[in-house]
Design a protein around this ligand. Sequence first.
Ligand code: GUN
Length: 300
Amino acid sequence: MSAQIMDGNAIAEKIRQQLEKEIADLQGKGCFPRLEVILVGEEPSSKSYVAMKQKDCERVGILGQTTRLQEETSEETLLALIARFNDDAAVHGILVQLPLPGQISEEKVIAAISPDKDMDGFHPVNIGRMVAGADCFLPCTPAGIQELLKEYQIDPRGKHLVVVGRSNIVGKPFAIMMMQKKPWANATVTVCHTGSGDVRPYTRQADILVAAAGRPAMITADMIKPGAVVIDVGANHLDDPQAKSGYRLVGDVDFAAAKEIASAITPVPGGVGPMTRAFLLKNTVKSAKKFHKLEGLSRP
Ligand code: GUN
């Protein structure tokens, strides 16, 4: 039997519609959510992600501005821009698109963003809060996956959830979120990575398998337990001269084969990606409400 396809586009659209209404209401109260996105350099996939984020903001009524800086921009210049946005009371959220060029320390940049405007939830203060299970901005991709599970009524509680990949953006924070004693979490979590050797013995035990390794089609059907839920976080750009953009987006999972084994699965594109973008909008609205003392932060 073929798996249920988890439609991230549809859920993200539902979130955008809810936010659109909420933002109209906030505007009536004099609160105009504003997000500043900073893009350094010309990396094609980063450019396309940033363009989509800008479009999403326009769609729901967030004042979304993108500052584009040249590849050679110094760390000092970027830090000065972040300081300016930190000090601007009209700015509710800041996002610096990663990766950054080699001359700029990502660690320094992330730490320079005010934790109150850190829409990625990457600042050490927000990560610390998340680990402790306290109020924080959650990283957008992990939060988006959790929302997707919730929408499809797939409760991780008591399940064995295996994450392949330990990035700071997805693998690590998602593993932490899923082990919390909270609703839509409370799983037994295993994290596999490049040091694990053969990951198959682990992935085959997963009730929920999260592929976030950044390796095209590395999860093959024989690595999946029959009936498992498969979440594909991969967004690998493969050259494709036949595609209009010159590339094709493929996930970390061999989708065609995996969907015959899994009970539910996310496609690429149209699964996790749209949920990540939707959560950025949600975080921005949450921040704007907090600044205007209209609502506190919710718990992860
Ligand atoms: N690059 C890839 N994913 C992300 C993300 O979630 N946030 C930022 N800032 N950069 C990214």
